[in-house]
Design a protein around this ligand. Structure first.
Ligand code: ADP
Ligand code: ASP
Ligand code: MG
Length: 407
């Protein structure tokens, strides 16, 4: 008998009919002889609706109370799914994150899971019940409700799979797997049969929101066999797994993009030891994450320019800090732009192939797209470009690397 964790995202539990479809899928798996623990998200749109209510009261809602509020979305779904399972003759029990005891740290709105108790779950499974758990949430040592960040139900499911040593963690969503790029942007994108943890981690970090980054980190660390599947149709989905050295790797497995970044440039910074630290240091101290950083060579020998990117939500704060720093350092000027995006190519095949970067730049040049920043690592190349070229660039790259036919 296998132990399977299934996670259903917001669209998959968007109304009562869909919840019934989920219940039927769960029952089918039980009938095949599996033990089932099901993690669900809030019904689609619900988390946004709740955040909207909070923001109507205050632009910066109290973080503790925000978690009390948004965690209710998932509580609704667990109860509705259990009622439906029971109506269909399957015994089931629901648990909130706190009831299971997903112990987290106390970083409200972006808490990390520290430990999961499996007592209730094991007991229920032994009694033939399906266990239904609210995703996205936990509780800290002091008993405060916490949430795991947007998309956090993926992480609840994978962490649970690791804790229970499940045979497979299945993420059911509104696409039938991980695609070469977001199928909403490139309709000819193709499903990948398999993708390595490493590639998926890059794709998720670089903007492919099909899985929350932390869920992939967990899966990779604990070697949880992870599969992304459609809740609307049957199919093999995409298996996320370790690299199979015997298989020939595709050069590029996917293209990710991120619309959430903003760029800041400080020019005419006196070029001396410590300049980078003085510009970037205060941003980090304000708890703002800096993504890409570029420092130009001081052509005139005395001053240099820095360009870096931050999350758009942090842009105003980062701009204020940088303006203050620039004044202090006697820099010439500070400019910012929020209308930028980052587009990235990801593939483990890059390790053994040269020339990918130049092919990428060639494809963008052909479309007249100006590259503002470039950053590379072993298995990825990212460029920052104007927001208006996002769709065009992703389509051009998809074509250049023949991703429509390769999967
Ligand atoms: P859920 O509510 O089930 O968690 P999400 O909206 O979080 O679903 O994630 C699924 C969505 O991720 C898809 O509808 C798709 O638009 C988007 N997506 C982005 N990049 C990719 C990709 N490379 N492959 C598949 N889906 C992707
Ligand atoms: N409901 C939460 C969100 O929208 C968690 C999730 O769906 O994974 O972010
Ligand atoms: Mg999601």
């Amino acid at each position: 008998m296998a132990l399977i964790i299934q996670k259903y995202g917001g669209t998959s539990v968007g109304d009562l009919e869909r919840i019934e479809n989920v219940a039927k899928r769960v029952i089918r798996s039980v009938e095949q002889g599996n033990d089932l623990v099901v993690v669900v998200s809030a019904m689609s749109g619900e988390t946004n609706r709740l955040i909207g209510l909070a923001e109507a009261i205050s632009a910066k809602p109290d973080p503790r109370e925000l978690d009390v509020l948004v965690s209710t979305g998932e509580q609704v779904t667990i109860a509705l799914l259990c009622m439906t399972l029971k109506k269909l003759g399957q015994d089931a029990r629901s648990y909130t994150g706190a009831q299971v005891r997903f112990l987290t740290d106390n970083a409200y709105n972006k808490a990390r899971i520290k430990q999961i108790d499996d007592l209730h779950i094991r007991d229920d499974l032994a009694k033939g019940r399906v266990v239904v758990v609210a995703g996205f949430q936990g509780v800290d040592e002091a008993g405060n409700i916490t949430t795991l960040g947007r998309g956090g139900s993926d992480t609840s499911a994978v962490a649970l799979a690791a804790a229970l040593k499940a045979d497979e963690c299945q993420i059911y969503t509104d696409v039938d797997g991980v695609y070469t790029t977001d199928p909403r942007v490139v309709p000819s994108a193709t499903r990948l049969a398999t993708v390595t943890y490493e590639e998926m981690l890059e794709l998720a970090s670089l903007g492919a929101k099909v899985l929350q980054i932390r869920s992939v980190e967990f899966a990779s660390k604990y070697k949880v066999p992870l599969r992304v599947l459609s809740s609307f149709e049957d199919g093999p989905g995409t298996l996320i797994t370790t690299e199979d050295k015997s298989m020939e790797q595709a050069l590029i497995s996917g293209i990710a993009f991120n619309r959430d970044e903003a760029q800041i440039t400080v020019s005419g910074v006196p070029d001396q030891p410590g300049a980078a630290y003085k510009v970037i240091g205060p941003i980090g101290e304000a708890n703002i994450e800096v993504d890409m950083i570029v420092q130009n060579t001081a052509t005139d020998g005395t001053t240099t320019d820095f360009t870096f990117t931050v999350h758009r939500n942090d842009y105003d704060k980062a701009m204020d800090i940088t303006q203050a720093t620039a004044k202090e350092l006697g820099a010439r000027d500070v400019k910012g732009d929020t209308k930028i995006v980052k587009v990235s190519l990801v593939g483990v095949g890059m390790r053994s192939h040269a020339g990918i970067a130049s092919s990428m730049f060639e494809a963008l040049a052909k479309e007249g797209i100006n590259i503002r920043m470039i950053s590379t690592s072993e298995i990825k190349i990212s460029v920052v470009i104007d927001e208006k070229y996002l769709e065009l660039s992703v389509r051009a790259l998809h074509e250049k690397f023949e991703l429509a036919e390769s999967a």
